[in-house]
Design a protein around this ligand. Structure first.
Ligand code: ZN
Length: 266
């Protein structure tokens, strides 16, 4: 199952994404928001529309989260490249919803930063309300699917501030999409790749997570209630680097697709 959110005749809809003659297209809209399905997207009622090629659709962020939780330093080599020790438990921080950016949207580099970095990440979409899981409880029923996320960061302000809220929170700093997909298994290993202007900058695999998803979700749900539609960005592999005006940055996750955004100076 793959779905997106898109704009059609001035209205936002969720669309089922299906493969037609080797191309992805929206053939049906979902009459209920997937995050209201209690994890059963397949059972939702749909309505047929004139097919729209996914690449031609006016895409929106595919989710409307109540919060965006992120994991810092979840790949050993990325922790090392920034000169950090490997953490002993998941390191959590938040991005605000106001930072969300649609696939194809424009990342704006704020004037007060000299260094804006991409961070390509696999992102979990929560499907069911989740709080205080027991140690042996399976986390998979709480996962609606997965999407791509770019955790855009002002690296200079992150260092200057000593904490990360400002560095991670500028408007447009959370591109997400293009679709939510459920046909992948991050425990077995899923490729996460970031390209800038077509050049591969990050090439990681979720099998190298320091903390696997069950640990991350259990750890997060010990603190806060996760609601359907909430996002958990699972950390970035090694190879982070700067973006400048005119760049096109792409985050591809195996089994999901490619999240593409351009960059301008504010
Ligand atoms: Zn990150």
């Amino acid at each position: 199952m793959k779905y997106c959110r898109f704009q059609l005749n001035g209205q936002a809809h969720y669309g089922l994404v299906e493969s037609v003659a080797g191309r992805e297209a929206i053939l049906r809209i979902l009459l209920t928001a997937p995050e209201d399905s209690d994890g059963d997207v397949e059972g939702l009622r749909t309505r047929r529309i004139e097919p729209i090629a996914l690449e031609e659709a006016e895409l929106l962020p595919p989710v409307r989260p109540s919060k965006i939780v992120c994991v810092g330093r979840n790949y050993r080599e990325h922790a090392a490249e920034l000169g950090h020790e490997v953490p002993t438990e998941p390191l959590l921080f938040l991005k605000p919803n106001s930072a969300l950016l649609a696939p194809g949207g424009v990342v704006r580099r704020p004037k007060i930063s000299q260094r804006v970095d991409y961070e390509g990440e696999l992102c979990v979409v929560i499907g069911k309300t989740c709080y205080h899981l027991t140690d042996d409880e399976d986390v998979r029923p709480y996962i609606l699917g997965y999407t791509c996320l770019n955790d855009v960061t002002t690296r200079d302000l992150q260092v200057k501030d000593g904490q990360w809220t400002r560095a991670k929170s500028f408007d447009t700093f959370c591109p997400v999409g293009p679709v939510v997909a459920d046909g992948l298994d991050p425990w077995a290993g899923v490729g996460v790749e970031t390209r800038v202007n077509g050049v591969v900058k990050q090439s990681g695999n979720t099998r190298d997570f320091i903390f696997p998803l069950d640990v991350v979700i259990r750890h997060t749900a010990q603190v806060m209630t996760l609601f359907p539609g909430d996002l958990i960005a699972t950390g970035t592999p090694q190879g982070v680097g700067p973006l400048v005006a005119g760049d096109v940055v792409e985050v591809s996750v195996e089994g999901i697709g490619t999240l593409r955004n351009s960059v301008v100076d504010e």
